[in-house]
Design a protein around this ligand. Structure first.
Ligand SMILES: NC(=O)c1ccc[n+]([C@@H]2O[C@H](COP(=O)([O-])OP(=O)(O)OC[C@H]3O[C@@H](n4cnc5c(N)ncnc54)[C@H](O)[C@@H]3O)[C@@H](O)[C@H]2O)c1
Length: 369
């Protein structure tokens, strides 16, 4: 075992009071993991007891920065020695399934970062492992906790849009290829902007629609610039273009069992005026826009555009606090998970279907449960 101990004690209160605390471990100590630690530190019923990163220097500096009691270079050693109550999976996508399954087998509840996994088959295996282990498995889909998404979900559930027929999603960066991690490598990430950022807009739109069952997918992907040296100033210059084999632009269309259609565009390199992070929906008696939040209906004999006078802002730390609060309530109070593994599987089916359609050159039928 390669473990390093810190003198700090995040878990000092674990046995002290009447409140049961979930002992969390983090696997993958890169960019996103700090948001988990920062959020857990603010929550009464949680503490971080350990972390693992295959890079010992990354693990050590994470331990120092966040005062993690113990760190490991092998997550399996961490699971065996610490037996955490819950694990946050913050590794590259290729490890979401194996780390989640090993954690579930070790008796931990799991919240994995998005996308849930590389393929729908992996998602099915993860769901099966959670059932056998009788543990909760959540996907860190954060945008469904956003006040705008929640407002549109309430409107949809109240029937304000009627039947939602069409949804158009955009996750488009003008020039924003990640210049850290392994985001350009298909074998480690499963794809490019569609699986990495399209997944966010897709999951929140699908949630607002009421999670209809996807039945077929069609789409295409193009790589035209990310695999060449970059000479254009942008927010994240110097990405690893030599190992870049993901798409730069993806478009796709999903058909649902209720007849609704969802269209998505996702790109790290889109020749558009400015970045777009949005979805628009059209229903039989109303429509909506996510950014800016707007609802379009006919009222009092007129076409009406409605905007909320106030919605609480939610930053990145707010997202992580919200998703962890729900996860902790699901584990400790048996509350329902707002982003359960089944939602992750449906989203993965759609993404995978678009990629398979791009390869095949025609529409693809999606597997039905
Ligand atoms: N929710 C969000 O908004 C959001 C934002 C960014 C990234 N993410 C997701 O978080 C995940 C990680 O992204 P990131 O930006 O933190 O990447 P990153 O490259 O900064 O961090 C990944 C870390 O995992 C470690 N790692 C790799 N193999 C490992 C192994 N076998 N055992 C333990 N650690 C290992 C790496 O050393 C690295 O430190 C991805 O799945 C990504 O999609 C989510």
């Amino acid at each position: 075992m390669e473990a390093a101990k810190s003198s700090a004690h995040h878990d000092s209160a674990v046995a002290a009071g009447p409140v049961k605390k979930l002992r969390f471990a983090i696997v993958g100590c890169g960019g996103i993991s700090k948001h988990y630690v920062q959020a857990i530190d603010q929550l009464d019923r949680a503490c971080v007891v350990a972390a693992a990163d295959k890079n010992s220097q990354t693990a050590a500096s994470f331990q120092k920065r966040h005062q993690i009691p113990e760190v490991f270079t092998d997550y399996r050693d961490m699971l065996a020695n610490i037996a955490p109550d819950a694990v946050c999976v913050c590794t590259p996508n290729v490890l979401h399934a194996p780390v989640s399954i090993a954690s579930l087998h070790a008796g931990a509840h799991v919240i994995t970062e998005k996308p849930m996994a590389m393929t729908p088959d992996e998602c099915v295996e993860m769901i099966h492992a959670a059932k056998i282990a009788r543990r909760r498995l959540a996907v860190g889909f954060q945008y469904r906790f956003h006040p705008t998404t929640q407002m549109l979900k309430r409107a949809a559930d109240a029937g304000q849009f009627g039947d939602i027929m069409h949804v158009k999603c955009q996750a488009l960066r003008r020039r924003g290829v990640p210049n850290w991690g392994v985001f350009g490598q298909k074998k480690l990430q499963g794809g490019g902007p569609l699986i990495d950022i399209g997944v966010h807009v897709l999951e929140m739109a699908h949630y607002v629609m009421g999670s209809p069952r996807p039945i077929s997918a069609s789409g295409n992907v193009w790589t035209f610039d990310g695999n060449r040296p970059n000479h254009v100033p942008c927010m994240w210059p110097g990405w690893d273009w030599q190992n870049h084999d993901i798409e730069d632009l993806a478009t796709g269309q999903i058909r649902f069992d209720n007849g609704a259609i969802l269209q998505i565009e996702a790109s790290y390199i889109a020749h558009i005026e400015k970045d777009q992070w949005n979805f628009q929906l059209s229903g039989t008696c109303g429509g909506a826009n996510w950014d800016p939040p707007q609802i379009f209906t006919n009222q009092a004999g007129a076409m009406m555009n409605m905007m909320p006078a106030y919605l609480p802002p939610m930053d990145f730390d707010g997202f992580f606090k919200a998703k962890l609060e729900n996860f902790i309530a699901a584990v400790l109070d048996e509350a329902s998970l707002e982003s359960p593994a089944e939602a992750g599987l449906a989203v993965q089916e759609m993404i995978d279907g678009i990629y398979r359609s791009a390869e095949a050159g025609h529409e693809i039928a999606l597997r039905q449960p």
